[in-house]
Design a binder for this molecule. Structure first.
Ligand SMILES: Nc1ncnc2c1ncn2[C@@H]1O[C@H](COP(=O)(O)OP(=O)(O)O)[C@@H](O)[C@H]1O
Ligand SMILES: [Mg+2]
Length: 242
């Protein structure tokens, strides 16, 4: 039995007067991948922003390893080692791959040796980045930029890494490579939460799947269970061929 890392209960959140998340309940386990799927505008990105402290929830609970983070400031989320790879990667233009990765480690307190070791680990995980370590990160291909954004997230040594829209705009071969690399990250003990608009990819890479509809987590189960119940997928997402 995998241990619970993050437990979210009754979470509600939004932007000013516009409420977007109306009731999210999640349980994430160490060393597993969980996928959030749901149609455009369902509130998936808003949910991730709330879980990384960028948005303060209106109500509900975010328990990270038993610590209540609802209402905490963004640095508290970082201190609890939650990292977020935003949609669209958001790499720093004019900075090299190396500098982007080092910025991912800026709030670590475990010393230069550990950071250096993780940097080498990233170049081993993503050999393409090793070849391009001196290149301006934003001049790379979409796939390489996604690798860089994920590696930058991992440089924070997160226990929970959240990735928004993993495969969006990327070629299938690149996506396959990312899935393989993330399986390795997961087996090293990191908990992954991935928003993925391609249901087939979500079911392939995830252990657990949650369906988000109109700001609520409406259904969840193992990827195998969800895959074997096309009625659920059709009800919330439309016709899909996993
Ligand atoms: N910065 C923002 N300010 C106000 N409303 C927003 C903002 N970002 C997203 N929304 C709204 O929140 C809703 C959910 O968006 P989002 O969380 O991006 O959904 P998803 O990621 O599932 O596509 C949408 O109606 C969107 O217009
Ligand atoms: Mg989104």
């Amino acid at each position: 039995m995998k241990s619970t890392l993050l437990e979210v209960r009754g979470l509600q959140a939004g932007y000013g007067d516009v409420q977007v998340v109306w009731g999210a309940d999640l349980r994430l386990h160490t060393g597993t991948t969980t996928a959030l799927i749901g149609s455009n505008g369902a509130g998936k990105s808003t949910l991730l922003r709330t879980l990384s402290g960028l948005i303060t929830p209106l109500s509900g609970s975010i328990l990270m390893d038993g610590h209540e983070l609802a209402g905490a400031a963004p640095p508290d989320f970082v201190a609890h080692r939650i990292a977020h790879v935003p949609e669209g990667r958001r790499l720093f233009a004019g900075l090299t791959v190396h500098d982007n990765l080092m910025l991912g480690a800026y709030c670590r307190r475990d010393g230069r040796g550990a950071v250096q070791a993780d940097l080498e680990r990233m170049y081993a995980l993503f050999p393409r980045l090793a070849q391009r370590r001196r290149q301006d990160a934003t001049t790379m291909s979409g796939g390489e930029q996604q690798m860089c954004a994920i590696a930058r997230g991992l440089m924070a040594a997160p226990r929970l890494l959240m990735i928004d829209e993993l495969s969006l705009g990327l070629a299938p071969a690149v996506v396959d490579q990312l899935i393989e690399t993330l399986a390795q990250v997961r087996s090293d003990g990191t908990c992954l939460l991935v928003v993925e608009q391609d249901v087939g990819i979500a079911l392939e890479m995830a252990d657990e799947v949650y369906i988000v509809d109109q700001g609520r987590t409406v259904s969840h189960g193992s990827a195998a269970t969800i895959a074997s119940d096309p009625a659920i997928l059709e009800a919330y997402i439309g016709t899909v061929t996993p």
